[in-house]
Write a protein that binds this ligand. Structure first.
Ligand SMILES: Cc1cc2nc3c(=O)[nH]c(=O)nc-3n(C[C@H](O)[C@H](O)[C@H](O)COP(=O)(O)OP(=O)(O)OC[C@H]3O[C@@H](n4cnc5c(N)ncnc54)[C@H](O)[C@@H]3O)c2cc1C
Length: 459
């Protein structure tokens, strides 16, 4: 990295807050994307750790004037290569901008700087009597700026929606250095074009989020979970659609192939509570009144039994619930040595049967193991392509293209929550017309005429 650039960054944020040592810089140049599909990493970068929006603005003014690529960096937990540096760049890490500014108990919001981690929010609201922040993707190291930029989802989206449904207001620094605010603590707001929602999910290519005001939800007093096993995946999927048809909204509904969950349990020396069946549905149920919780258990089990459930298990104790969650969280790590890629399909609930059956046909055709677990309650399925040594199978490109064609045949989206990043942008044509792609590129040019922000990402 050019010494002049490093000196300028020293001037803006102070020498202590600049990283140039290659080993330390490398950590900031990669994310959690599987190695087999991660784009080629460039470590010729400088990491700046600003403490304020004004410092972010100064860096962007300088980079824009000199046409230097810039990547905003949160917790580095992205799974789509969005945070990966692929060319010499200034990496702006928001880790020092980690203040929780205000909890507003009237508007039911929390205002944070972009570097606040999900863990900070979880810890803060675990002590709060009645409110919490509902979004919980798997990794608590993710930061608010990253959650906004990736429009994160997670298990509770089935009841509360995704990040876009929680963000009330954002402060954004444009590539020109201008600091602007979009949105507000409003319930209704119909004025002008919705630029706030354009920034959310834009994967850091339109501006750098420096603050966000997020909505909070009331805590339910009674929470429990229920595990139901099925011998046939179609029966599991039909149970979920039937549960929704009857107006029931659990906090989360997860779909897990038994073989994957048993492998995870074995890996960490734990026991999965159900041995029956080929797939499990895991329901997290949360209600204000105890009677409502038991009513919900009964109705869900009843519907699952009507659809040939093989077994069910109510996890009432905190210990049982924790065991299930610990094993569920270990599914990805347990597959890590064989994981080539994790597809993040989103399909309408009505198309889930077609999608799940289509994946089984593709796995057989290509003679490859595809492990499926997912947030079935919102139609977001994660299909992990496994191969010995996590090496791409020789027919990998055809295989993945066939999966993307299936997603589109099911009226779905290429990604439900992990984003396009730098891993899937060559696949956008599966989902979007030339006109849509042109509009996206034109919007990028309006925000970022010199193309400095996270080049090669999202579009
Ligand atoms: C084990 C595991 C489980 C996961 N489960 C889920 C899940 O269930 N649901 C889900 O949605 N995701 C999940 N993820 C993915 C990941 O946690 C989310 O994408 C998260 O939102 C990324 O946040 P981050 O701070 O780590 O962002 P980073 O990885 O640092 O960055 C991701 C992108 O956001 C941009 N960005 C970061 N900060 C800013 C900012 N301040 N302004 C503008 N752009 C910015 C970056 O430039 C990059 O393009 C999981 C990841 C892991 C490792």
């Amino acid at each position: 990295m050019d010494q002049k650039i490093i000196e300028k960054i020293h001037e803006i944020v102070g020498e202590t807050w600049v990283v140039t040592d290659t080993e330390k810089v490398t950590v900031y140049c990669e994310d959690q994307t599987e190695k087999a599909v991660m784009p080629k990493v460039c470590t010729d970068c400088v990491v700046a750790k600003p403490s304020s929006s004004e410092e972010v603005s100064e860096i962007l003014k300088y980079a824009n004037k000199n046409k230097i690529p810039v990547i905003a960096r949160g917790g580095g937990t992205s799974l789509s290569g969005a945070a990966v540096a692929i060319m010499p760049s200034i990496i702006i890490s928001t880790e020092r901008m980690n203040k929780i500014i205000e909890v507003d108990e009237t508007a039911l919001t929390v205002e944070c700087e972009a570097g606040v981690t999900l863990l900070q929010l979880v810890e803060l609201f675990s002590k709060h009597e009645s409110l919490y922040f509902p979004i919980h993707p798997g990794d608590e190291g993710a930061q608010v700026g990253g959650l906004v930029a990736m429009n994160a989802g997670g298990v509770r989206a089935v009841r509360y929606g995704v990040m876009r449904d929680q963000v009330k207001e954002i402060e954004v620094v444009l590539p020109t250095g201008e600091i602007i605010h979009f949105g507000g603590k409003l319930i209704k707001n119909n004025a002008g074009l919705d630029l706030k929602n354009l920034i959310i999910g834009s994967e850091g290519i339109l501006g750098i989020v420096t603050k966000a005001t997020l909505s909070l939800k009331p805590k339910d007093k009674y929470t429990g979970s229920l595990l139901v096993s099925f011998n046939d995946e179609n029966d599991a999927v039909k149970s979920v659609t039937e549960i929704f048809k009857r107006g029931i909204r659990p906090l989360a509904v997860e779909y897990m192939e038994k073989s994957s969950i048993l492998r995870a349990a074995k890996d960490i020396g734990m026991t999965w509570p159900s041995k029956e069946g080929k797939v499990d549905l895991y329901f997290i149920v949360s209600e204000r009144k105890e009677d409502d919780l038991y009513d919900m258990y009964e109705t869900i089990v009843g519907i699952c039994e009507e659809n040939n459930a093989a077994d069910s298990f109510v996890a009432e104790s905190t210990r049982d619930q924790k065991n299930i969650l610990d094993i569920r969280s270990h599914v990805y790590p347990s597959m890590h040595d064989e994981m080539v890629d994790a597809i993040d399909a989103a399909v309408p609930i009505s198309e889930l049967v077609k999608y799940v059956n289509g994946i089984a046909v593709i796995a057989e055709k290509y003679n490859v193991e595809i492990s499926t677990i997912g947030h079935i309650g919102d139609g977001n399925m994660h299909n992990s392509i496994l191969n010995k040594g996590a090496v791409k199978p020789s027919n990998y490109d055809e295989l993945v293209d066939e999966i993307f064609s299936l997603i589109i045949k099911c009226n779905g989206a290429l990604t439900g929550e992990h984003g396009i990043g730098k891993v899937r942008n060559s696949k956008l044509k599966f989902q979007f017309s030339d006109v849509e792609l042109r509009l996206m590129n034109d919007i990028k040019k309006i925000f970022d005429p010199n193309g400095i922000l996270n080049p090669g990402t999202a579009i």
